[in-house]
Design a protein around this ligand. Structure first.
Ligand code: NI
Length: 253
């Protein structure tokens, strides 16, 4: 069975066929899904989906690009939502300097506040980091008790090594299947099997040969196949190992 540790089924891209699609997942070999929220509304939707499907779990959090007008009151809401029994992480949280750096300081502040919350609640975090490697590392270092995953890791092998040394997991997505995937493949090569997670980031980032289409968890097979090739193992082994890794990190029995 496959564990997709990062899929946004709360996204409007699934409004037309969400139920049909989620119901079909076990038949397609997908045994577990974690849906991370990006703001209060999507965190609530992720939790509602987790109530409906036994194999769906949720994370709650404020994404750096979704700070909204009042991130501080949003944080209070997130804290309440985190008490839900199927909430297994704080996420997705982090820094994103790719599109908009006008709220850089606020991004850092809200990221740090959510890391503090995760430590207080003893929950793992799901980190989004785009073009912000230095600041991201600096902030997570302030929280030595924080644990979790750097989702869709896009940094250098050097940064990856640093994170692995500190006990973090790394998430691999569609980009490992892309033609220009050199950096992601280098990182994959040095990531020990017990720290690997597989994720789709649905509806985004479809792997080859589905690139350009809406993504869903059944496409994880293409990512698993590529990882298996790099690691010199059978796809079934990668599937089994990443399933166990996800269950361990998110405390799913
Ligand atoms: Ni995401």
């Amino acid at each position: 069975m496959i564990f997709d540790t990062h899929a946004h089924y709360d996204d409007k891209a699934f409004d037309e066929d969400r139920e049909e699609l989620l119901s079909s997942m076990p038949l397609k070999g997908v045994g577990l899904i974690l849906d991370p929220g990006c703001d209060v509304i999507s965190s609530k939707t992720a939790l509602a989906l987790s109530e409906k499907y036994p194999y769906v779990y949720a994370a709650v959090g404020i994404h750096p690009e979704e700070l909204g007008e009042d991130p501080h009151s949003a944080l209070e809401e997130i804290q309440k939502l985190a008490a839900h029994k199927k909430c297994r992480a704080i996420g997705e949280i982090g820094l994103d300097y790719y599109w908009d750096v006008s709220r850089k300081e606020e991004q850092k502040e809200i990221f740090a506040a959510q890391l503090a919350l995760a430590c207080e609640l003893d929950l793992p975090v799901i980190v989004h980091n785009r073009e912000a490697h230095g600041d991201c590392l600096e902030i997570v270092s302030r929280f030595p008790a924080a644990r979790g995953v750097f989702h869709c890791f896009s940094g250098s092998a050097e940064t990856a090594e640093e994170l692995l040394r500190r006990g973090w997991y790394l998430g691999f997505d569609g980009p490992v299947t892309y033609k220009n995937a050199r950096k992601a493949l280098e990182v994959l090569a040095i990531t020990p099997l017990e720290r690997l997670l597989v994720e789709t980031d649905s509806p985004y980032m479809s792997p080859v040969p589905m690139r350009g289409k809406r993504n869903d968890s059944s496409n994880l097979v293409y990512i698993i196949n590529k990882i298996a090739e790099v690691k010199g193992l059978a796809p079934e082994e990668i599937e089994r190992i990443t399933f166990e890794n996800g269950k361990r990190l998110f405390r799913i029995s």
